[in-house]
Design a protein. Structure first.
Length: 284
């Protein structure tokens, strides 16, 4: 059985408490070891107290599922005021995106035209001082490049894909990917079919080919999975990837492309674990 690490999964804000327990039990059986558990604030209009309550529930799940590391991440901190920053820091998320798809008080979203604001700069600096990574997923290119000039950390993107393979505003150009790699950062490739190319049907072969493209250009050490499970409509999942149980088939496709078991394990698990360890985000 392969080991799996996922840098972006929205299950915390999308399913009930009872469903969460069943879901995480299945994750463990499928070989999942690490999930960055995103609290998606945009549609639910969550505030800092709501996020704290979700975090309490996440910590309880961490104690219950001891072989599974559940990390807190926050998707879209556009609601944040300067007076909330310390409260956010005290929750110790590993990462936060500044936006979702649209411009807000902090930065420009992928479908917007804005740039990082003065408040955004203040929050970026404060988060980084406390070893909380700014997740560049959902930033537009203007904000992404501005962030790259501001940051003192490796560049982190939890869930995007490759613009050269599918021209979508949420995807990253090779130039952006190169900046991530040069900083010894991390990119989690999503399996959302609208971000993926290679024909009409998106399947395990398609996903394997995304990795084949990126590895041939940039090596294999800075990439893994940021699935966006539960952030994706089930109709937009690949035809034969509906859960972590199907990841064995992705591994088989990568093997057919000539990749060793070591490289495959790096892609499915070890690269993300290594990123977390070398940046003191986990200690095991």
């Amino acid at each position: 059985m392969i080991k799996i690490a996922d840098s972006h999964n929205d299950f915390m804000t999308k399913i009930t408490a009872k469903e969460k327990a069943c879901y995480l039990f299945r994750c463990q059986k499928a070989g999942v070891k690490i999930i960055s558990s995103a609290i998606f604030t945009t549609h639910l209009k969550l505030n800092i107290l709501d996020i704290s309550n979700y975090n309490d529930k996440l910590m309880a799940l961490n104690k219950r599922f001891k072989d599974l590391t559940l990390l807190l991440s926050i998707e879209d901190i556009g609601f944040l005021k300067e007076s909330d920053i310390e409260k956010l820091i005290n929750l110790r998320p590993i990462s936060c995106t500044l936006t979702w798809n649209f411009d807000n008080e902090l930065a420009g979203g992928a479908l917007g035209k804005g740039d990082i604001t003065n408040l955004g700069k203040v929050i970026i600096a404060k988060l980084e001082e406390n070893n909380i990574f700014v997740d560049t997923a959902h930033l537009n290119k203007k904000s992404f490049y501005k962030f790259c000039k501001l940051t003192k950390k490796p560049i982190y993107n939890s869930h995007s894909n490759i613009f050269n393979l599918k021209r979508h505003k949420r995807n990253l150009t090779d130039k952006q990917i190169e900046l991530i790699v040069k900083s010894n950062g991390y990119l989690g490739l999503t399996i959302y079919d609208k971000f993926v190319s290679y024909g009409k049907e998106v399947n395990v072969k398609t996903i394997a080919l995304q990795f084949d493209y990126i590895i041939k250009k940039f090596g294999y050490k800075n990439f893994g999975f940021g699935t966006d499970f539960y952030g994706i409509n089930p109709n937009n999942l690949p035809t034969d990837i509906k859960s972590y149980e199907d990841f064995e088939n992705i591994a088989l496709e990568l093997k057919k492309l000539g990749y060793s078991e070591n490289i495959i394990e790096c892609i499915t698990y070890k690269n993300y674990e290594d990123f977390l360890k070398r940046n003191n985000l986990i200690s095991f």
